[in-house]
Design a protein. Structure first.
Lengths: 336, 494
């Protein structure tokens, strides 16, 4: 963590912090729970923390909608929703205290994205503090809304560069009545073809692991069809994550096999979690880049985020300079 | 309100020098067949499925990206605005060719860019051109055991490009989500003829999600020339239920109970008594004609889950006083139940010369209040309003029926439309769930968003489309202020 960190407890204090940083012409790095930032090399930028901007603003079980402050830990939100039999399937990264705002800002994918859709698909409304310290709302609290441009999508995965995410409204769903992990020797493409919309399919070195949700009779029948045996959930590598078009995932896992990397690949999603030595990870980064993807190293001792080729469309660059002409909001993925 | 009082672009005025220069350039690129300037052609393209209309300069029908790029560059060079047009099933005037400052826009049709470019069965996705009709994609992928989930009622005519432009919804949004969730990548052509690929096929984008901003851009951010769409496996089992109720309140309360049950239905549609009577007469779908409301429910997926869902739905419906409950025994009966829902617009066309269709959303728990309010608004304005609802989403479609030959009726129709919108907003709802803003709802945006919110929206629009020529005057209010919003903005005719 950097030397200077401003803790915010209300939207107004974000506004004040942004104005103050502007006045001193200092860049700001937005920090949520630190589940990602703590695993990247430190910066000397001033930080604005939303970790104390917590709490549920409004939960309407009958509307399947919840509004929370950005710093609310995902585990805390999940527990509250579970008491009502509901969930928002934007999984936290394994065991690292992710906040809702941080999950939205990074939009890193989890294995259940295969069936449940992406983080961005669960976002109904976002309240942001822009680089010029304006509080701006995009979207609404209804599940369908085409009123104006869909700026919730712009904020999701923006790594805090479009504005400081202060409050988020999420779509919810009932928790599946039953769920279980299975394993099989069959290949992932075969399993994907044999099963009807599995929750997750994960390839590891030896086996294909499958997560099934919903009615227990259906789960039993599906397990029979695809020759699945009950299994524990996979262990998740934590050092790095590669992301490629899911149709190209096999090219990444075959490299991981041949270079001795431990991996867990989210089939149909395109993410491959990796553990292993620096040379093999570097090779994986190169392969990901060749495949048009990227590699994020989540280990401060490995020297750099390693995002490979950062590409931004000309229109995206124009949006960034329109909304933050002075570059106040730091993109932590920028090479340093 | 005098709808004809708006300043309309000139009808049949001689082209200006810039317009003439543009038309002669387009003539070379598109030929006689690809460029239409006659009075009759222009009349055909005056409006979409709303009744807001305006006179275009001409209609261009490019067949290729190269032709389209040339057309867009000519528009840029001569500073002539353009209105992208797909099937014209839009209901908010998004494809109505209103101009700016008296300059008529060129309508650019996607009708000849309608190919399925690639069907990738193993990875369950399709690369399409904008003019491909939604239902045609559905048929093309069905042979492979796949389906394209977004199913707006207009899907037999509406195109995928139009679905992208409006971020379309449909009957199965409750669990499958709106169009945006099914668009993996967008190819957007700018006014320099350059194609920008906003590629969301990767799970973690390194740039901003401009795919997501393009979806729902209503043709104002550039021209959608292609999209990669997500396909899903066809469900192995489908369970369909029809339930009749004595009151709208009972039907709405059942929706609330279903939404909080342990498995969400994939579709929950509600139709009121007037809608039931009209479609029964027209389509004989087997609805109980003595009911105040019916719910149409569907569960899709694996058989045990579908069966349990249907059981739960039937129990909840009966607990809330359902008088008639029918489970579809087979595919034919299911098709018949849905035929009624899909026949609403056709049935109306047979009954009333004109209708004005609204599209508002309220939180699901406010559905009963909103339905009551629509009934009251109909009584107050002495108009027949029938309502069909994507009830699982809280998305109401009140149809205001009228005959425009009746003197003064339009004032009452617009007053009703206005009141429906403001009532939805007062209930924490929003202006439009799936039809879009277009010109009809444009000036209401100031009632939903603050000046700062709209300034950011405007900044994003200018950053993506700096020329200001792409479907100008749509989506965002021209003046941010507290003036009374009008259903018929300046520049459009009724």
């Amino acid at each position: 963590m950097s030397d200077v960190t401003t803790m915010t407890t209300e939207v107004e204090s974000i506004v004040a912090a942004v104005e103050e940083a502007r006045g001193r012409q200092r860049q700001l790095l937005v920090r949520g729970g630190g589940s990602v930032l703590d695993r990247l090399p430190p910066t000397d930028a001033e930080e604005l923390s939303t970790a104390q901007l917590t709490g549920v603003v409004d939960h309407r079980p009958q509307d399947l909608v919840v509004t929370v402050r950005a710093g609310t830990p995902i585990e805390e939100l999940s527990a509250l929703l579970a008491a009502h039999g509901q969930e928002c399937p934007i999984e936290p990264l394994a065991g690292h205290g992710s906040t809702v705002g941080g999950r939205l800002a990074t939009a890193l994918a989890g294995p259940r994205q295969l069936q449940a859709g992406r983080v961005r698909d669960w976002v109904l409304r976002v309240r942001l503090v822009t680089a010029d310290a304006r509080v701006v709302t995009a979207g609404g609290v209804t599940v369908k809304d085409v009123t104006g441009y869909d700026l919730c999508r712009l904020a999701t995965g923006s790594w805090g560069t479009i504005g400081v995410i202060a409050e988020v409204t999420l779509k919810l769903r009932p928790i599946p009545i039953h769920s279980a992990w299975f394993a099989t020797e069959r290949s992932a493409p075969r399993v994907l073809a044999e099963l009807y919309r599995p929750a997750a399919v994960v390839t590891t070195g030896q086996r294909t692991l499958v997560h099934l949700e919903e009615h227990p009779d259906d789960i039993a029948a599906q397990a029979m069809v695809a020759g699945l045996q009950p299994a524990d959930p996979p262990a998740w590598p934590t050092t790095a994550r590669a992301a490629v078009d899911p149709s190209r995932l096999a090219a990444l896992t075959s490299l991981a096999e041949s270079t001795g990397l431990t991996y867990a690949a989210f089939e149909g999603v395109g993410v491959c979690l990796l553990d292993g030595d620096a040379d093999a990870l570097a090779a994986a980064g190169e392969r990901a880049a060749e495949l048009g993807g990227s590699l994020l190293v989540l280990d401060p001792d490995r020297g750099g985020p390693g995002w490979g080729e950062r590409t931004e469309d000309a229109m995206g660059l124009r949006i960034r300079s329109a909304l933050d002409p002075d570059g106040l909001l730091l993109d932590v993925r920028q090479p340093r | 309100m005098d709808p004809a009082a708006g300043t309309s672009p000139r009808r049949d005025a001689p082209p200006t020098a810039a317009e003439s220069a543009l038309l002669s350039e387009l003539q070379v690129v598109l030929g006689d067949d690809g460029l239409r300037t006659s009075t009759l052609s222009r009349a055909t393209y005056r409006r979409d499925a709303s009744f807001l209309n305006a006179d275009p300069l001409a209609i261009a029908l490019p067949s290729t990206r190269e032709q389209l790029a040339t057309v867009l560059r000519s528009c840029r060079d001569h500073r002539v605005p353009f209105t992208p047009r797909a099937a014209g099933t839009g209901l908010a005037g998004g494809a109505t060719p209103t101009g700016v400052d008296g300059v008529r826009p060129l309508v650019i049709s996607v009708a000849r860019m309608d190919r399925l470019l690639e069907l990738d069965v193993p990875n369950r996705r399709a690369h399409v051109e904008p003019g491909m009709v939604n239902a045609r994609l559905g048929r093309a992928v069905a042979a492979h055991g796949l389906r394209f989930a977004p199913d707006p009622a207009s899907q037999i005519a509406a195109t995928l490009g139009g679905n992208v432009a409006t971020n379309a919804g449909g009957i199965h949004v409750l669990t499958y989500g709106v169009m945006s969730q099914h668009v993996l990548a967008v190819e957007l052509m700018d006014t320099d003829g350059e194609v920008h690929l906003f590629d969301g096929r990767q799970p973690e984008q390194t740039g901003l999600d401009l795919r997501g901003v393009s979806v729902g851009g209503e043709g104002t951010l550039g021209f959608v020339v292609g999209a990669w769409l997500k396909l899903l496996p066809a469900p192995p089992a489908i369970g369909t239920l029809l339930a009749g109720f004595d009151t709208l309140e009972a039907a709405a309360a059942t929706v609330g109970a279903l939404v909080t049950s342990d498995r969400l239905p994939d579709a929950v549609e509600l139709m009121d008594a007037r809608a039931i009577a009209l479609v029964e007469d027209y389509a004989q779908a087997g609805y109980p004609t003595d009911a105040a409301a019916v719910l149409l429910l569907e569960y899709e997926g694996l058989p045990a889950g579908v069966g349990a869902g249907v059981e739960t739905a039937e129990r909840l419906a009966r607990e809330h006083g359902a008088t008639a409950v029918v489970r579809a025994a087979d595919a034919d009966q299911r098709a018949r139940i849905w035929k009624g829902r899909k026949a609403v617009a056709g049935a109306i066309a047979k009954t009333a010369p004109d209708f004005f269709l609204q599209d508002v959303v309220v939180p699901r728990s406010r559905l009963g209040e909103m339905l009551d309010a629509v009934v009251a608004i109909g009584e107050r304005e002495d108009l027949i309003i029938l309502t069909v609802v994507h009830a699982g989403d809280g998305n109401l479609h009140p149809f205001v029926l009228f005959d425009r030959r009746e003197e003064g009726v339009l004032d009452r129709v617009f007053a009703a439309g206005h009141d429906i919108v403001t009532t939805a907003l007062a209930l924490d709802g929003t202006l439009t769930g799936e039809h879009g803003v277009g010109i009809e709802k444009r000036d209401f945006l100031s009632q939903v968003y603050t000046a700062d919110d709209l300034a950011v929206q405007q900044a994003v629009r200018r950053a993506m489309e700096p020329s200001g020529l792409a479907n100008p005057d749509k989506m965002l209010p021209t003046t941010v202020g507290c003036q009374e919003a009008s259903m018929v903005p300046e520049g459009a005719w009724v």
